[in-house]
Design a protein around this ligand. Structure first.
Ligand code: SF4
Length: 434
């Protein structure tokens, strides 16, 4: 008997995703492959023949959730051994021996974007050449916005970060590939694309003659049907004037920059191996604001990095007060095994103190965002309408601010002008004006 006669062909899949937008994009592409193979999605892992966990280990809390999910799958696999369980994403390193020992009931281990092992296993069970059956992998469900990964991996090796060890060195996709994907998405009704990378500003460095992020922004913003283009995440050392000028000059590129500063103290930045000083960061922000009027700024920040003193932490707070970011993604430092910081530095700031510092950051940022958003009261904002949420339309303005409004018409995918009547630190509310 052959394998295909012994085991029923899989027909339903369940994908669980945690982590950054790159993981969301990877899951969407895997889902597209599974749909092309004829499988259907199910909401419950109990009903699935194929269960995929797309994992994140950037923080301890994310890794704990993955381990919890994996543990909960053990009885499901026990009750139906033919069920396929796959672990994908940043939890899977180049060597998966330790994971295999810890989770022997997992059938397939796949690194980020490495769909092949699962597709081959499913192809065997279905008696087909799975990879040969697949066309371009784009998000399966038409929505107003979509992510397009443009560069995988990272060459920076910040001392706290596990990404380069899990996603590998930088690898850019050629401009024609990305433009083709953007065209396919636009035909399916997508109005806004976000170009994704761990360090999107170094796009193209590994592809001589391809062009850089500024060239790519120009090419994608010319795609018929697209109204907006965004990009994420930037690195202060690679954000050059060409990129800033592209944001300023291309109508469809939104005025929003996510520029992590990570720490407001030069000693901590050196220990993190970020490669810039706080003054260089400030000058870059000034240059962005001088070149791109009305730009909004977001940032990432770590509190409680090894050796971060109270004075050093205060300098991060000072940076928030000075720059006045629209949005701050703050995280408490946690040791990531394998990183330079975990190997060579003592995780010296107690957990309780990290929690206190997080609270300080949250409350300072809430006050700042309250003030910035209050300044938008009675202004008119151009909003791309994404979907309905709790009886209201939800969209974002060009500066990436969430906007809610009520309207009886079907406005999904439309760009409307909304007069802002109420503001909070997290969103804006208003009414459509002609
Ligand atoms: S730039 Fe630093 S923090 Fe960002 S992915 Fe690369 S190594 Fe990690």
């Amino acid at each position: 008997m052959t394998t295909t006669e012994l085991i029923p062909s899989p027909s339903r899949y369940f994908i669980w995703t945690i982590g950054c937008q790159m993981n969301v994009a990877d899951s969407e592409r895997l889902e597209s492959a599974l749909l092309q193979l004829g499988l259907q999605s199910t909401e419950r892992p109990q009903n699935a023949d194929v269960i995929v966990l797309n994992s994140c280990v950037v923080r301890q809390s994310a890794e704990d959730k993955v381990v919890g999910m994996l543990t909960s799958l053990k009885p499901l696999k026990g009750s139906r051994p033919d069920r396929v369980v796959a672990l994908m994403g940043c939890m899977v390193g180049p060597k998966s021996d330790a994971l295999r020992q810890r989770f022997p009931y997992v059938d397939v281990f796949m690194r980020p974007q490495q769909y092949k092992p699962l597709l081959e296993l499913l192809g065997d069970r279905m008696g087909i050449d799975a990879e040969g059956c697949l066309s371009t992998l784009v998000p399966p469900r038409a929505s107003v916005t979509a992510f397009i990964p443009i560069i995988h991996g990272c060459d920076k090796f910040c001392t706290f970060c596990i990404i380069p060890y899990r996603r590998g060195r930088e690898k850019s996709r050629p401009i024609p590939d990305i433009v083709r994907e953007a065209e396919l998405l636009a035909v399916r009704g997508v109005k806004e694309v976000t170009l994704l990378g761990q360090n999107v500003d170094s796009y193209g460095n590994d592809l001589p003659g391809n062009g850089d992020l500024a060239d790519l922004l120009t090419a994608v913003s010319e795609v018929d049907g697209l109204r907006r283009v965004r990009f994420l995440t930037s690195h202060p050392n690679d954000m050059d004037q060409r990129i800033i000028d592209a944001v300023a000059s291309l109508d469809r590129v939104c005025e929003h920059v996510n520029l992590p500063f990570q720490a407001g103290d030069d000693g901590v930045l050196t220990a993190m191996r970020r490669g810039y000083t706080t003054d260089e960061y400030r000058r870059l922000v000034d240059r962005i604001r001088a070149t791109v009027p009305r730009v909004s700024m977001a940032t990432d920040l770590i509190v409680g990095f090894p050796g971060e003193s109270e004075a050093a932490f205060q300098r991060s707070v000072d940076m928030l007060e000075e720059v006045r970011f629209d949005k701050v993604h703050a995280a408490a430092y946690s040791d990531r095994p394998g990183t330079i910081a975990a190997r060579r530095m003592e995780d010296s700031v107690p957990a309780e103190e990290k929690r206190r510092r997080m609270k300080v950051i949250e409350s300072v940022q809430e006050r700042i965002a309250t003030g910035i958003n209050a300044g938008l009261l009675n202004t008119t904002q151009e909003v791309l309408v994404e979907r309905r949420e709790k009886g209201k339309w939800r969209g974002r303005n060009r500066n990436d601010k969430l906007v809610f409004f009520e309207d009886a018409r079907d406005l999904q995918g439309e760009t409307v002008n909304v007069r802002i009547e109420r503001t909070s630190p997290w969103s804006l509310q208003g009414d459509v004006v002609d």
